[in-house]
Each structure stands twice: as structure tokens, then as C-alpha cells.
Design a protein around this ligand. Structure first.
Ligand code: SF4
Length: 197
């Protein structure tokens, strides 16, 4: 049950040294005061819609970032919350999704394509164009070398078993459908989704 106090009483309580957030959790916070602080925190933020990357539920999230929009300035994401307009989750997030800000800020998060050349033990940063070209080249070469049109008994199989694909769990239905079509049309057999990992 929420304890009703006036604004003046609220600030008197604050003078005792209790943190405002702790007081709010205890039910002492007048709702208008808390709403005002929240509004201030998000004022001027750029809001970007996205999906939680953790699992196949694909909950919708709102990413709040701040930057001056100048060239070469990267917006800094400082708040993440559920998207109330998302048809899957309608604003709710599980604890993993609610902690997405730690994921965004993690030093170990992969932020750009990297390659480890054959024989090397070091990862090297490359651009997206180079990464896509290299992937396409490897796929073409491997498929040309290993594609099987029929098996030993003469049955038509049209299969490519030496390369696999792992799809993203946060894909939309449309992206997942197209990924499946592309992969199967190449004859690829080993195809799975990160949602099961
Ligand atoms: S918020 Fe939780 S349930 Fe939703 S996609 Fe992320 S991990 Fe899955």
C-alpha cells in the first residue's frame, strides 16, 4: 500500500539521508515528484526502436541515446526500456532484457567484423564490404568444390553439407523466411538458429 505524504513531508524525509530511490521503493515517493525526475532524465533523448538480442521471443526495446547529431559523433545509449507498442512484448522485458544496457556497454561486445587469417592467432578488424566479399568468396569456392547433385545410389540430393548457417533469433518473420529460402536454395543442409543455442 502506498503511503500518502505531502511534497513538503517528502523533502523532510529526504533530509534524513535516505536516497530518493530507496524511498520510492518503500512507497514514500509522491508520484508527481518521481514522474518529474524521469521526464528530466529522458528529455532530449533520441529514441530508437530495436529488438532484444538475447532470445527467440524477440521483445521490443526502446534505446534512449544522446549526441549532438554532428558528423562523426556517435550517440551514447544511456537508457533501455520495453517498447509498449511492440506486438510481441507490449513493453515488458525479462531480467536479461531489462539489463540490456550492460550488454550494450560491455567491453567484450563485438562491434565490427573481424577475421583471423589462416595460420594466425590474432583477430584483425576489417570493413563490412570486405567481410561480405570474403564470406561470399568462401561460400562460392566451398560450394563449387563440395556440392553433391546425387548420392552414391544415383538419387538426386542437391545438397551442400560442408558449410553451415546460424541465423539470428531477433530477426523478423520476414527476414527469417528469406534467410531460410536463400540457404535452402543453395542446398545448404546445416542450418540452425541462435534462439536454440
Ligand atoms: S527480454 Fe527476455 S524474453 Fe524478451 S527477448 Fe530478451 S531475453 Fe528474451
Amino acid at each position: 500500500m502506498t503511503l500518502q505524504v505531502t511534497r513538503r513531508q517528502f523533502f523532510k524525509l529526504g533530509a534524513t539521508g535516505l536516497a530518493t530511490s530507496s524511498m520510492a521503493m518503500m512507497g514514500f515517493a509522491p508520484e508527481p515528484a518521481v514522474a518529474s525526475v524521469r521526464h528530466f532524465k529522458l528529455t532530449g533523448a533520441k529514441i530508437t526502436r530495436s529488438n532484444c538480442t538475447y532470445c527467440s521471443v524477440g521483445c521490443g526495446v526502446l534505446l534512449y541515446s544522446r549526441g549532438d547529431a554532428a558528423i562523426n559523433v556517435v550517440d551514447d545509449i544511456y537508457h533501455v526500456e520495453g517498447d509498449p507498442d511492440h506486438p510481441v512484448s507490449r513493453g515488458s522485458l525479462c531480467p536479461k532484457g531489462a539489463g540490456l544496457l550492460d550488454y550494450v556497454k560491455s567491453d567484450s561486445r563485438l562491434r565490427y567484423p573481424q577475421v583471423r587469417e589462416a595460420g594466425s592467432n590474432e583477430w584483425k578488424r576489417i570493413g563490412w564490404d570486405e567481410a561480405l566479399d570474403r564470406i561470399a568468396r568462401h561460400m562460392k569456392d566451398d560450394r563449387d568444390a563440395n556440392f553433391e547433385a546425387d548420392d552414391d545410389d544415383g538419387n538426386i540430393v542437391n545438397r551442400w553439407t560442408t558449410t553451415g548457417m546460424l541465423a539470428a533469433s531477433a530477426s523478423t518473420n520476414e527476414t527469417a523466411y528469406l534467410t531460410q529460402k536463400v540457404v535452402r536454395s543453395l542446398g545448404m543442409v546445416a542450418f540452425d538458429n541462435q534462439a536454440r543455442v
